[in-house]
Write a protein that binds this ligand. Sequence first.
Ligand code: FAD
Length: 457
Amino acid sequence: MRIALLLCIYLALTLLPVLLAAAQDAPRRAWLDELSSGMAMAGFAILLAEFALSGRWRALSRGIGMDLTMRFHQWMALAALGFLIAHPILYTDYGWRPGPGGSGGAKLTPAGTVTGALAWLLLVMLVFFAWARRQLPWSYEAWRLSHGLGALLVAALGAHHALDTGHYSQQPWLRAFWLAAAALALLTLVRVYLVKPLLQGRWRVAAVTSEAERQWRVVLEPADARGFTFAAGQFAWLKLHRALGRITEHPFSIASAPGQLPLLQFLIKEAGDFTGAIGRVPTGSRAYIDGPYGDFTLVGRAGKGVMLIAGGIGIAPLLSLARDLSATSDARPLKIVYADKSEAQLAARGELESIARGAPGRELHLVLGAHLDQERLRKLLPPADADQWLYFVCGPPAMIDAVELSLARLGVPLKQIVSERFVYDTGIATPRERLTRAVIGAVVLAQALAVIAFVLR
Ligand SMILES: Cc1cc2nc3c(=O)[nH]c(=O)nc-3n(C[C@H](O)[C@H](O)[C@H](O)COP(=O)(O)OP(=O)(O)OC[C@H]3O[C@@H](n4cnc5c(N)ncnc54)[C@H](O)[C@@H]3O)c2cc1C
């Protein structure tokens, strides 16, 4: 219900400019000109909403998960690109002249031409660089900075273009909408990069110890941070040394249980420049936490038993859940399945074994150097009521895809499977992926139909 409501609000907001334009008594133009305007208004509204989607608003990602929210952000960027790429091409006439458009064509002003063309080119580059990010010779941080600043520039140039030359955007309500939406987009960035860092409490690195091959256990204690709470399975953005002026913050699942507060523990695997240097972070270093985020939790979910399925460093949030279930003496049966390449890679093995021994009905299954394929999973599933258990899955994207697909084929309904992706890329067509694509397809179709209705009105 919540997701349906959020989607309705999203559709209403991204289509509001088209509705405001349709309500105007403006002179009608050739249908291609009307289509061009409709696509521009829908595309630009989608683009401005992208800031909110990537802006760490808990109200948006709650019940959905940050990974799916970001997937929505990625697909909607493509939709915005599609609408906006077509916009300048469709016009029947560009009739350059001072002032906004009259009865036909675009009627561009010199300034509006420049801002429109720049916004258009920059948007194409922005989406292309996001799509080809891994192939670029840039660090993730450099890409992220360029993406944020580039998006802001596109929004500012686009807003100027709409207000300066928009055929329908001269109406006060529509002008107010563009100004408010652009201001909100800017505020979202200011909130994430300025306000949040300023308000963050300080933490201190209490210990960094080697946990397993290329994996580190990092423990934080509050310096002046107060009142931090989280649900087992959530994650936080971790920043070291400086709160402001440092863009190197990285998301990590909290591996400790809420009951272990005020200490926070992370399991971090070496993957690049930041994580590769984590083992050398001195004890006593300053740290900053933005969080908690994420929906990989037991909150609001019911199951007769709980199965935690981890691949590699995906054990981090599952360790938090296992610790929490153990600490709260949850009476439900618990199965922990932990797959990795070799014994040397296993983290927290002793603790997982002791959790499994701690109560009847708890089991730990280690899967070493083998795939967690459907046959193996089938043997691990509970013999009865498997479709009423909860399954938490975290690990490499291909492993999550395979496990989700296997569980679905073994009769587990989608709502009983919760997964957390450390990488937001599109996976294979698992039932969740198919549902995600169907929902996104329906949203884009509704937007396209609204534009067509605007042209035909
Ligand atoms: C919700 C979530 C929870 C995670 N939990 C853990 C965990 O508990 N333990 C663990 O070892 N890893 C975890 N990760 C992965 C971890 O964030 C990356 O491995 C880390 O950021 C890599 O940084 P780097 O500079 O070492 O490597 P880089 O080479 O800079 O990055 C490698 C890849 O990591 C991703 N990445 C890097 N920086 C960021 C960022 N700021 N925001 C989002 N993605 C980024 C990108 O896909 C990038 O291509 C999690 C990721 C997410 C999204």
